[in-house]
Design a protein around this ligand. Structure first.
Ligand SMILES: Nc1nc2c(ncn2[C@@H]2O[C@H](COP(=O)(O)OP(=O)(O)OP(=O)(O)O)[C@@H](O)[C@H]2O)c(=O)[nH]1
Length: 600
């Protein structure tokens, strides 16, 4: 099983718009190739992360090796890489593509081509992939294979007669997909005798084994006992095991050219494993490293602070472990007057942010406060210096700033004709500028330039609800532009709460300031004294709410001598206190932060 001849290997990714059925198809392929027994086969094997299963989406690119006896009598080795479909995870898609020669493009036959179908196709073309279009869900009564086939030909440019029609759900024509894979995708190239060049595609931390790396061997061979070298960092390690995913980790004797598998070298230093690096052999190194990946640039930043200050180191370690598994995520230490020691973290988008936050709380058991997400602004100071602003709390007094630039995106939105009106209104409300509006059948494709600031909060959710879930959305960064922006500070009892300050366009400042104050008034428990909740730009207050005073003796209602009940209540209050933050004389519960930060 180690020496599969190159011409019998096919490496492929599955790309698709979200929910078009990638994971279901992957399950069917695994089942058809007998990699798992029926009993082991539970739905969506590849979506192994607990969170993925719950949310029903694919976050990490996963990989599995399959064996397929084709109709031509040959036994092929197929390496499948599943890819995530959400726009925030485009980076993971590009990594998977770099490890493969071809792609299965899955399109839902009832929905047709969506914004991300196109984005993914362009990525696959850029990676020089051969593309096999697969029309999925043809079992659905609403399926319109003919129309969607033509759409694929029209928009994607792949001839309509080349699509494979399937139902991943019922298993219809899965063999058609497998045959197309082996006959239409090219085999990998490479020389087993050349010096080792293995592309580091992914890595993650295993509690027992240390760092595991997922590699695609381009040239040469790696086996147990070899001494490998990470070309970027120069670190060397002794290989304990090499193997493949079946989909469970299964050791093999060696990995040769064209193969995708893992290397376990008891690597302890997380920093040595940079995704995109080339692994070679220490005693016979390759002359050149492989091109690697374009670095991903985080577009949304927020602060993460442990509720319990003692958790700071634990948070640092957990972030380092997550970063190993997700190179697109960035973090640096920061301090906040209100929240103490924490980290400023950069993400590819809001979903990415939410997922990291949830993983920190679930997998690492950390209680965190997250500050308002912010995009990266560019400050041009009056003295001519230029600075990036990742944190609204760091915004200097506007008198020292000549002008501020904010990032813009170019967004493509595909939506049914019926819902176009509200979608265009939403884009206009968010300061969008229309660039193009075209039709593919009864679907409109609107291309807009929008300030990223207006999109990060809830644009995607609003778009989905306005279009009853039908609109699809994809974007790319499109430069910076000068804009009339202000920093809005939130003051509770006249003390600024730095974690709640945010940057907005001047035209929206008052509305947002008012909304946050009103929300906080609902969320902050009454105190023994009256408190003012204010929003201000500089020293000018633009919104104000007043929270009346109240007695907070929770035991007051326990008349009589039921001491155990009284103690229980006091304990409960103590428990609650741990989740509170003190601002001057005022305590603000964590839930108030979260809710205030979540709203638009
Ligand atoms: N009727 C029908 N439903 C299908 C078919 N294939 C997938 N589905 C359903 O479509 C939904 C989405 O399928 P997934 O496989 O999770 O989609 P995905 O593209 O992997 O989604 P992400 O992992 O979130 O990107 C699930 O509810 C599936 O059961 C099919 O052939 N027919």
């Amino acid at each position: 099983m180690t020496d599969t001849p190159l011409h019998l290997i096919r490496n492929f990714s599955i790309i698709a718009h979200i929910d078009h059925g990638k994971s279901t198809l992957a399950d069917r392929l695994i089942e058809a190739c007998g990699a798992l027994t029926a009993r082991e086969m539970k739905g969506q094997v590849l979506d192994s992360m607990e969170l993925e299963q719950e949310r029903g989406i694919t976050i990490k690119a996963q990989t599995v090796r399959l064996t397929y006896p084709a109709k031509d009598g040959n036994i092929y080795t197929l390496n499948l890489m599943d890819t995530p479909g959400h726009v925030d995870f485009a980076y993971e898609v590009s990594r998977s593509l770099a490890a493969c020669e071809g792609s299965l493009l899955v399109v839902d036959a009832s929905q047709g081509v969506e914004a991300q179908t196109l984005a993914n196709v362009y990525q696959a073309i850029e990676a020089d992939h051969e593309i096999v279009p697969v029309l999925n869900k043809i079992d659905l009564p609403a399926a319109e294979p003919e129309r969607v086939r033509n759409q694929i030909e029209e928009v994607v440019g792949i001839p309509a007669d080349e699509t494979v029609d399937i139902s991943a759900k019922t298993g219809l024509n899965i063999e058609g997909v497998l045959e197309a894979l082996v006959h239409r995708l090219p085999p990998p190239k490479g020389d087993a005798e050349a010096p080792l060049q293995a592309l580091l595609v992914d890595s993650w931390y295993d509690t027992y084994l240390g760092v595991i790396t997922l590699v695609r061997i381009k040239e040469g061979r790696v086996k147990k006992g070899d001494r490998i070298r990470m070309m970027q960092m120069g670190a060397t390690y002794h290989v304990d095991q090499v193997g493949v995913f079946h989909p469970k980790m299964t050791p093999v004797d060696s990995l040769g050219p064209g193969e995708i598998g893992y290397i376990n070298a008891a690597i302890k230093a997380v920093a040595d494993c940079n995704v995109g690096d080339t692994i070679t052999l220490d005693n016979r190194p390759a002359e050149k490293a492989l091109p690697g990946f374009k670095p991903s640039v985080p577009v949304v930043w927020c602060g993460l602070f442990p509720i319990n200050a003692d958790d700071f180191e634990k948070l640092r370690n957990s972030l380092a472990k997550l970063r190993l598994n997700d190179a697109s995520f960035h973090f640096e230490a920061e301090t906040s007057a209100a929240l103490g020691f924490g980290f400023r973290c950069g993400f590819l988008g809001l979903l990415h942010l939410e997922i990291i936050q949830e993983r920190l709380s679930r997998e690492f058991n950390l209680d965190l406060i997250a500050t308002a997400p912010s995009v990266v602004y560019i400050l041009h100071h009056s003295d001519g210096t230029v600075e990036e602003l990742h944190n609204p709390a760091d915004m200097p007094d506007l008198s020292q700033v000549a002008h501020i630039e904010e990032p813009w995106i170019k967004a493509s939105i595909m939506v049914q004709d019926d819902y176009l009106g509200p979608v265009l209104t939403l884009c206009t409300e968010r300061r969008g500028v229309q660039l193009d509006l075209t039709y593919v059948g009864n679907r409109a494709m609107a291309v807009y330039r929008l300030p990223l600031n207006e999109v990060v909060f809830d644009f995607y959710d609003r778009l989905k609800s306005l279009s009853r879930g039908y609109a699809s959305f994809d974007y790319q960064m499109d430069g910076y532009e000068e804009s009339n922006l202000v920093r809005i500070s939130i003051l509770v009892n006249h003390e600024p709460v730095d974690a709640l300050s945010f940057v907005a366009h001047r035209s929206a400042a008052e509305t947002r300031g008012r909304a946050i104050c009103a929300k906080l008034k609902e969320l902050i428990p009454r105190q023994l004294f009256k408190i003012a909740i204010q929003a201000s730009i500089g020293s000018k207050v633009i919104a104000r709410e007043t929270l009346g005073a109240m007695s907070k003796d929770v035991t007051a209602k326990c008349y009589g001598g039921d001491i155990s009940r009284k103690r229980k209540l006091l304990d409960k209050q103590k428990e609650g206190k741990k989740r509170m933050r003190q601002f001057g004389k005022v305590e603000i519960p964590q839930s108030a932060f979260l809710a205030a930060l979540k709203m638009d």
